[in-house]
Design a protein around this ligand. Sequence first.
Ligand code: FDA
Length: 314
Amino acid sequence: DPATLMRQSLLAMSRSTTMRDTIEKAPVSRSVVQRFVAGESTANAVAVAGELAATNRLATIDYLGEDTLDPEMAAHTRDAYLELLTALAEAGATSDGRVEVSLKLSALGQALGRDGDRIALDNARRICQAAANVGTTVTLDMEDHTTTDATLETLRELRQDWPWVGAVLQSYLYRTEADCRDLAGEGSRVRLCKGTYREPESVAYQDKAEVDKAYVRCLKILMAGEGYPMVASHDPRLVEIAGVLADRHGRRPGSYEYQMLLGIRPDEQVRLAERGERVRVYIPYGEEWYGYLMRRMAERPSNLRFFLRALATR
Ligand code: FDA
């Protein structure tokens, strides 16, 4: 069907370097990128987190960049996080984990051949130590299924020193219910999302309804557990089900939280926060916004129309 075709071509575009060069050089108006991305600098990210705080929204900040095949780029990404954490602490934003950071291990060197996992782990350790120093937390993003085992192994290593390091699990993978069971223990922070990469039928549900049902099964495990579930979805049905499950397990707001992406359903973010729920917004920033933006477009054609309209009206 046309929607599937559109999604597949956008995901293909998200990996095309020619498209990337064309679009990055296109005079994209600031407003387009700014709806979904905080900007290119550390100061931009800190400022957006500050704006969200005015409506009681917490934040997790992601320095954009993925699939690094260059150790210097990986070191650059690590240093960007260290600079970010310092700037956040100076702005008084990190206490009680109000603003934390999200990392992609592929941006920290995971794909750098045989030593990749060790390089990414070393870089992540530096960032975790810096986060600990300023009183906040770190969550590991989850990338395509070929990296899931390595990312969970890195999580295990990091949690030996910093038990509050969190991870993302993706309900579209068949394995995820089992991973939820493994990670439902005390102190464990799990950000549950549907999953955004194109995955083969051998490892992932293809049908949206199946992904949603799997999300609910995973949420049941996490809400019944001893850990800290982070409900990362814009889906109104899943947000509602999360509330019912939290109630059923006697969980109060603050023993779990809702998470949404910058620029997506902002009114709902504010509404949940006004109801006394903990709401955290995922803020991407940095020069490498292309792949991130294309994945958001693939998820929702109305985002694409917004993007094309803004390109056309320049
Ligand atoms: P989905 O896209 O299926 O949309 C369901 C419903 O939500 C829609 O029918 C609509 O009602 C509403 N909705 C969605 N978008 C809307 C919009 N723009 N405006 C209005 N309503 C809208 N993925 C991954 O693979 N690895 C990761 O590490 C992460 N990390 C991550 C962190 C956080 C905090 C979030 C929120 C998401 C991620 N993701 C992710 C992305 C995630 O896997 C998923 O691709 C997107 O969140 C989209 O899925 P939804 O659950 O929002 O539902």
